[in-house]
Design a protein around this ligand. Sequence first.
Ligand code: NAD
Length: 473
Amino acid sequence: MSTNTNYSFFKNVEKNFDKAAVFTNWDNGVLRQIKECNSVYQMRFPIKRESGEVVTIEAYRVQHSHHKTPCKGGIRFSIAVDQDEVMALAALMTYKCAIVNVPFGGAKGGIKIRPKDYTPYELEKITRRYTSELIKKSFIGPGIDVPAPDYGTGEREMAWILDTYVAMRPGEIDAAGCVTGKPVSQGGVRGRREATGLGVFYGLNEVCNTQWLMDKVGLPLGIKGKRVCVQGLGNVGSHAAKFCSEGGAKIVGLAEFEGAIYNYDGLDVDAVIEHRKKTGSILDFPGATNFAKSQDALEMDCDILIPAALESVIHAENAGNVKAKIIGEAANGPLTGDADDILNRKGVLIVPDMYLNAGGVTVSYFEWLKNLSHVRYGRLEKRFTENLNHHLVMQVEEMTGKAMNKVERNLIMQGPDEISLVRSGLEETMITATREIVEIWQGNPAVPDMRTAAYICAINKVATSYAELGIFP
Ligand code: NAD
């Protein structure tokens, strides 16, 4: 999504929506209903800090669309949180879920704090109080609204949310489905932690494997050998960088708050993360050149740029200096509207956030299904499949008179476990979504860019869903 210097984040989501809506056949009333945020809950509550000081916390939960329930969307802890931002992010969630065929309405939550300013004890108090405010107003529940991690939050916060919910809703059998992104021991699903970053890789991999798209940017087919820069080494950025590297891309640039580093020959992502843990900074990594500002990474020489921190980092002032041919929007809204226009004019392929970072919500959906079914993926079929495969291997060996080696045997015999099922479901989802969006784009030469094609895909799905409910004629 994009934010224009002249427009708020939410207004820009609406602008992008309008740009796509003209390519659909839905009437204005339908389109207006889809665009609006259905429910906005703004709250203030007091917290007593460890010092004894009482502070008032500002927080939000926005449910953008109820065309499917529950609603779904992350909770962000950031000092930049405001109502407009949460509304924009909630709207993006509606479109994101539609694109990847996850049957949820969009939502988002935000607490306006800088997490580093609070102790873990205080963060726990804030998270638990926020959860009880949501419960009081029926803004959370496995069939109502299901939060997840986002910027500044992770498994720890999701576990606090679950625990508070369970304490206030004793005996609710599906309570574990009230939040996703939980630790595995608390009902989480294996593969959720890295899901968004892995989804970014699966998406970019498919984009790079699409001849029509690579012809547009004049790059060879395949992600192998492509030079990649990543801004933000948090959950999404670190995993996106690692999986791209494992997939054969070369990570040449990385950036965090404190600055950026570059090495034309490639950086070892794990080693950089280890170096940052030890020294408190990514700077001075052996063999790499230092850059004073994180923003410098956005202008580095590379094929693919992955902004994975916060919104509006590429704007009118720096968009002209971007050298990448592909921008993979791992963060939500990393481009302003001005930047979007400038980069599209330059012929840069912008792979839009609401599709590219949908891996998190996709695997959250798998986690929610696991919570409702009360059984781990693969538990019933793993051993059964292995026994069946063992039998088949023996038959093949008997028929051919040749014994398989251990590696071949293990590969064929292996039954599906949770992590492999989750990853294969995610890969399938990202590939299908890429192809659907590209088909829309290819099918209409007037569609200007991939973001517009993604919005068309989302609008048609949400409107169809309303129509099938009989809400629209
Ligand atoms: P995170 O808190 O785990 O990591 C964000 C990282 O960005 C942190 O390490 C932070 O230090 C760094 N950062 C902040 N400002 C920076 C700057 N100016 N330059 C360089 N680094 C900077 O957050 P996350 O969960 O990885 O989320 C990142 C983005 O991805 C957000 O836009 C979020 O909405 C989006 N997203 C996250 C998920 C998810 O599952 N976590 C899903 C979809 C989208």
